[in-house]
Design a protein around this ligand. Structure first.
Ligand SMILES: *Cc1c(COP(=O)(O)O)cnc(C)c1O
Length: 355
């Protein structure tokens, strides 16, 4: 049976990217060797790395003075690399979910942290507005898409200090004005590549402003200066990332990804709003296009397992919600076809008919 992959991460990748990776595992760039067994300093991989960096930059429409870097450690490692590199006295954070909270916890190890607003009061079901960012903060940190709670910040906040964003789960899903940011980072396993790769888009002249000494691997300048090859980068993940980037370009770039994301997410949100068995968990103006969270309506709560079983019969995989929200979460990353979203909506309608 055809599977419809709604996992939140690691998650669906373009079939072309998976196939090209499978081919490279057997014979990489005509070398007669597997990509698993060649030097990261060889001509072939240096070319792959350069292409991945360049194409990422092209798709993100990078302004002059910015650099894409690829490292390891996941977004969770960036949670402390950010304050290590940028927090001199005080940082401001917006608390919109578990990932923001984890970033805040790490930042507190380096200095004063002001949480300008939090939606914890309503289980992170909305994006706070109307907050003020102190003008003397070294930076303001946001989580643009809250993978667990299904909220998204679709408009770049306008703030008087450098803006830093964890875009792990909505990178490359819509055009972003990179010039508004000092740093954008994320784990690649949501919308770009297999687990093990972390990306960062850095404003180069904003680096090196803190007093503390930085270990080489923590210092963004190391990776900027060595084109992401200071140490051994996650070679296979970077290869797959390049294939995903090529797929995005061939399919119209990030503007086209945004259009698809809107179409697919609207299809599902409309069904959630129409079908009396289901309710969305997020306030309408904070809804994420990437992670769509919903639960059984309270009067049908006991039917949750039954719907999961029915979904499985339709080939739907990975829609069980995160334990902090419960219910269901359908992740709508770039590579998810409209057909899969339609299958989910059909399953919800079949469920309605059956009851
Ligand atoms: C998944 C995720 C993380 C954690 O990423 P790791 O690469 O596992 O460390 C952080 N932030 C967001 C928004 C995420 O979705």
């Amino acid at each position: 049976m055809k599977k419809h992959n709604f996992y939140a991460g690691p998650s669906i990748l373009p079939q072309e990217a998976i196939q090209a990776t499978a081919d490279a595992i057997l014979n990489y760039a005509g070398t007669g060797l597997s990509i698993l067994e060649v030097s990261h300093r060889g001509a072939e991989f240096i070319e792959t790395l350069a292409q991945a960096e360049a194409l990422f930059g092209e798709l993100m429409d990078l302004p002059a003075g910015y650099k894409v870097i690829f490292v390891g450690g996941g977004a969770s490692t960036q949670f402390f690399h950010v304050p290590y590199n940028f927090l001199q006295h005080k940082a401001a954070y917006l608390d919109t979910g578990s990932w923001s909270s984890k970033a805040i916890k790490e930042a507190k190890l380096f200095g004063e942290v002001t949480v300008v607003a939090s939606s914890a009061d309503k289980n992170y079901s909305y994006i706070p507005t109307g907050y003020e960012v102190p003008a003397d903060a070294d930076y303001f940190h946001i989580t643009s898409n809250n993978t667990i709670f299904g909220t998204e910040i679709l408009q770049d906040p306008i703030v008087p200090v450098p803006l830093i964003a964890d875009m792990s789960s909505d990178i490359l899903s819509r055009p972003v004005d990179v010039s508004k940011y000092t740093l954008i980072y994320g784990g690649a396993q949501k919308n770009l590549a297999p687990a093990g790769l972390t990306f960062a888009i850095v404003k180069v002249d904003a680096l090196g402003k803190v007093d503390r000494p930085l270990p080489s691997m923590v210092d963004y300048r190391t990776h900027v200066g060595k084109d992401s090859a200071f140490n051994t980068p996650p070679v296979v993940c970077i290869f797959t990332a390049l294939q995903t980037l090529k797929w995005i370009k061939a399919n119209g770039g990030v503007a086209a990804m945004e259009k698809r994301a809107i179409e697919k997410s609207t299809l599902l949100y409309d069904e959630i709003d129409r079908n009396k068995f289901f309710v969305g968990t997020v306030e309408a103006d904070s809804r994420s296009r990437m992670n769509i969270t919903f639960v059984m309506a309270p009067e049908y709560a006991e039917l949750e397992k039954e719907f999961l079983a029915l979904a499985a019969e339709h080939g739907i995989v990975g829609i069980k919600g995160h334990r902090s929200v419960g219910g269901f979460r359908a992740s709508n990353y770039n590579a998810l076809p409209m057909e899969s979203m339609q299958v989910l909506v059909d399953a919800m309608q079949a469920f309605e008919k059956a009851h």
